[in-house]
Ligand binder design. Structure first.
Ligand SMILES: Nc1ncnc2c1ncn2[C@@H]1O[C@H](COP(=O)(O)OP(=O)(O)OP(=O)(O)O)[C@@H](O)[C@H]1O
Length: 231
């Protein structure tokens, strides 16, 4: 059960970006994907969400094969995605950003789902009528996470949620991820080793599109991992 990624390959033209990437993650807890700039982390997440096609390999979630599914069907299968750069709808209000996610996923109790997501990030309720584009980077990041949570994912995929975010908001995001990891599975791409170390219970290190190391954070050899992160 959980997420199984088997022998995943991806190419950008002639550039072989993911090379036989295989790993499993459980249906609860947090797994951090680490690696240098350009290692293939964002590409991996995009392939998992189906926003980029894979060349070969298999992706399955709780036994269901998703490899060729459109992104919206992956969301209905339980995937939530917080992309790098947040990608909130700048011209819609904060409330509309959340309501749209609820409507697009056709969940049964949209108002409750939105209220649950807002309860995790009170600032979103305070900014309800503001244009998404007028929020600060940290507020947008919270909105992007809340928008993914509105669809009640079983697997939450986050691409660098702390990037360009002020420390007080990083702490709130950390608390929310820790809290959520008790009831759903989280896959997190993170540049900051310390953040990943404090929050994740499993890790996968990518290097040049390949899985270089993986395992339990409690048994992680920091020195070995850092060698793959140093520029
Ligand atoms: N649209 C694209 N077309 C061609 N090559 C791309 C494209 N996007 C990324 N790449 C290349 O694919 C490789 C992996 O990029 P990717 O963004 O997945 O890395 P990353 O580990 O997420 O890095 P970062 O931390 O900088 O986001 C890099 O060599 C990058 O230059």
């Amino acid at each position: 059960m959980g997420l199984n990624v088997e022998q995943l390959n991806q190419h950008y033209g002639s550039s072989h970006t993911l090379r036989d990437v295989s790993f499993n993650i459980a249906d609860k807890g947090c797994t951090a994907v680490l690696g240098r700039n350009g290692a293939g982390k964002t590409t991996l997440l995009k392939c998992l969400m189906g926003v980029l096609p894979t060349s070969s390999g298999k992706i399955s979630w709780n036994g269901q094969t998703l490899t060729d599914m459109a992104p919206y069907r992956r969301v209905r299968a339980g995937f939530g995605y917080v992309p790098q750069g947040r990608e909130i709808f700048a011209d819609l209000s904060v409330g509309q950003n959340l309501e749209l996610a609820a409507a697009a996923t056709r969940i049964d109790d949209p108002e409750e789902a939105v209220a649950e997501a807002v309860s995790l990030f009170p600032v979103i309720g305070e900014m309800w009528r503001r244009r998404g584009g007028d929020l600060s980077g940290g507020q947008q990041q919270q909105l992007s996470i809340a928008r993914a949570l509105v669809t009640r994912p079983d697997l939450l995929i986050l691409d660098e949620p702390t990037e360009g975010v002020q420390p007080s908001i990083v702490s709130r995001i950390e608390e929310v991820i820790a809290e959520l990891g008790g009831r759903l599975s989280i896959l997190l791409v993170e540049q900051y080793f310390e953040f990943a170390r404090s929050i994740a219970d499993r890790y996968v290190v990518l290097s040049r599109g390949e899985v270089a190391l993986s395992g339990d954070v409690s048994e992680m050899d920091d020195h070995a991992v850092r060698q793959f992160l140093a520029v």
